[in-house]
Design a binder for this molecule. Sequence first.
Ligand code: ASP
Length: 324
Amino acid sequence: MLLRKVAQLCIASLLACTAVVAQDYPTKPIVVTVPFAAGGPTDALARQLGPVLSANLKQQVIIENTLGAGGTIGVNKVAKSRNDGYQLLLMHIGMSTSPSLYKELPYNTMNDFEFIGQVADVPMTLIAKTALPPDNLKDLVTYIKANKDKINLGNAGIGAASHLCGLLFLSAIQTNVTSVPYNGTGPAMNALMGGQIDLMCDQTTNTTQHILAGKVKVYGVTSKSRVTALRYVPTLNEAGLKNFEIAVWHGLYVPKGTPKPVVDRLIAALQAAVQDPKFKSQLESMGAAAVPVSKANPESLRTHLASEIEKWGKIIKAAGVPIN
Ligand code: ASP
């Protein structure tokens, strides 16, 4: 009955149709696309965020992992999806680095999305398989330089945060080793713990549990200050890599043209999530932090994304990172 009414209204006026649909939103499950494999940090964040959004929106929130090309395949999928508020994208700093790491992207980063807001800030960690001999950063650098033809560095794909972090680390120590890309940190972490790869740089949301369980070695965190969940781990800056700093940030997006009332509803749900005490403490225990509510809005995300595109463009160029 309701549907028939909506259909009649839609035929009568497109504007009225949008208003009715937006007012009832959401009437069916919402999909959040994570552009990396399950078991990685972006996936971990989505699985914490999903239930909080779901409780607020009173609808099921489904996490869908769409893998490949450093997250750009999943990002493109959402860019080309229906703009009705049922396809969301959770993507990290890679949104701002991919434009500099790929010659051509199949979407326009700034123009193909409606911005919902920033979600969380996540430091990275430089980690290794437990069998790697060095126990501190200074010895690690000496070891890498002496064994550069044997060492390999895993990452979650070209354009992934781990790729960027690894390249900046190699550039900082002026050495090159073989990079091994995976479709996300989930599989890369399994390879590291299985000893198939030697080193990796990745987000605390995935690495904290493995560091605390002694399943991987840690040489430092990439944030300016230490991470509460990993208090004993020095920053890379403290450990000797002067001014080395990467903070991975995450944003929530929907396809361009999503009706404003729907976008507003999603902004309200995101703002409730980042203020939710349980969500905040879960992220803290994973070494991450929910953003302050002042960042969980479209303007803040848009401004931040634009300035990060510019910032990383310069750094990637200066570091001589190859373009794909
Ligand atoms: N954190 C990974 C990266 O961009 C991706 C993932 O979430 O699996 O390096």
